[in-house]
Design a protein around this ligand. Structure first.
Ligand code: AMP
Length: 396
């Protein structure tokens, strides 16, 4: 499906490779990195560039400094951590593609690594400014985008740089494209999709697209209440999106027409108020009390979902099935996660919240592929073109 130019298509020896990564890592109040996942994800590409004797100039954003130099958003902790991981110096420039950066880049040798300070210190990055991109482009001979989680953004380092320099994707993006591309184009069947999370609004086109490719859609989380309501059930005080009821009906009809099973929860863990301590009870979809709201899928639904999971050959999951922020409403998500981890299917988890649940349960090694994207993963699965991807040429 995707056959973009990759690092393997370029002779890298002695070339300055401007590498866009996603080092938007979480920091605590002491500016220490609390999760190094994004740095680790970039290591295969960095090692490849080192082995092929490129000169490596890393660019990334971190947080939202709003176009101003704010020390709390400096990439300094990232440069230090990366240096430790690679066991070689990673020099952080004092400016964003200004005189300090040029000074370092001019004297680089093969295998050297320089990290340019936070791109978002310059307003040109988020403004998708061509002049800013031109300044950055002077730093490299080749542009490589390995920032999958940022490819849905129209920012200068994502969409403008590939207009100026010969451009390709890195190994991380290549892997994302091959796994997610296959999950849309040629999944092994039965293909079971699990969808949860809060908003139908954000996932309508994803659901519509998945009805075209999946065999079974298991729907949980807050979004299931909009579907249940559209199917004629009362859902008490559960969150529903009234303006999306018609669309939810259309999606249910579409699934029926295409003989795709759209499985909605038959029972729920419900409570009278949105809090971690309020008493809860298991209630049935057929008989949902007016005064309660659904916070998690119930035991029968868990059993049904597990049944479909046990039959699957491919599983794609996005979105928690309950209010996982409160321990007592995270059971549905945890149980289904265990079932997915133990299934023989090829398993893919996409999206920030779900990936976080996998990490918390320490089940990463039992999931075949955890996508590094949130919005970018969903946009790719939906078939919405990613601006950062469009900008890179296909292999001929
Ligand atoms: P999303 O960003 O769309 O993946 O939504 C994730 C959020 O959905 C999490 O913060 C969950 O707490 C929330 N969520 C899941 N199930 C429910 C529910 N039954 N009621 C309210 N919020 C929910």
């Amino acid at each position: 499906m995707f056959n973009k130019l990759s690092l393997k298509d370029f002779d890298l020896k002695g070339k300055r490779v401007l590498l866009r990564v996603d080092y938007n890592v979480p920091l605590n109040s002491n500016l220490q990195i609390t999760n190094t996942k994004r740095i680790r994800a970039s290591l295969p590409t960095l090692k490849y560039l080192i082995e092929h004797e490129a000169k490596i100039i890393i660019i990334s954003h971190l947080g939202r400094p709003d176009g101003k130099e704010k020390p709390e958003f400096s990439l300094k902790p990232v440069a230090e951590k990366l240096g430790l991981m690679l066991k070689r110096p990673v020099l952080l420039t004092a400016d964003v593609g200004g005189t300090d950066t040029y000074k370092y880049v001019r004297t680089m040798r093969e295998g050297d690594i320089i990290m340019v300070e936070n791109l978002r210190f310059d307003p040109g990055e988020e403004a998708n400014d061509f002049d800013f991109a031109n300044r950055l482009a002077c730093l490299g001979d080749i542009f490589c985008n390995d920032a999958f989680g940022t490819m849905h953004r129209s920012h200068a380092s994502i969409t403008r740089l590939p207009e100026i320099l010969p451009a390709c994707v890195g190994l991380l993006v290549e892997k994302e494209l091959s796994v997610l591309g296959a999950a849309i184009e040629s999944p092994k069947r039965p293909y079971v999709v699990i969808l949860g999370g809060a908003k139908v609004k954000d996932k309508i086109s994803l659901i519509s697209r998945l009805i075209d490719v999946a065999d079974v859609l298991l729907i949980g989380g807050a979004m299931s209440y909009t579907f249940l309501s559209a199917a004629g059930f009362s859902v008490g005080r559960s969150i529903i999106e009234k303006d999306k009821l018609e669309l939810a009906k259309l999606l249910l009809d579409k699934a029926k027409r295409q003989d795709v099973k759209m499985v909605l929860p038959t029972d729920h863990v419900a409570t009278g108020e949105f809090s971690f301590s309020a008493p809860s009870a298991v209630v049935q979809s057929k008989n949902f009390p007016n005064i309660l709201m659904g916070m998690d899928i119930g035991p029968s639904t868990i059993k049904t979902f597990k049944h479909y999971i046990s039959k699957a050959s491919t599983i794609f999951w996005n979105g928690p099935l309950g209010v996982v922020e409160f321990d007592r409403f995270s059971k549905g998500t945890e149980e289904i996660l265990k079932a997915v981890a133990n299934s023989k299917a090829f398993t893919i988890v996409g999206g920030g919240d779900t990936a976080k649940c996998v990490e918390q349960a320490k089940l990463q090694s039992k999931i075949n592929f955890v996508s590094t994207g949130g919005g970018a993963t969903l946009a790719l699965m939906e078939g919405v073109g990613l601006p950062g991807l469009k900008a890179i040429k296909e292999r001929i």
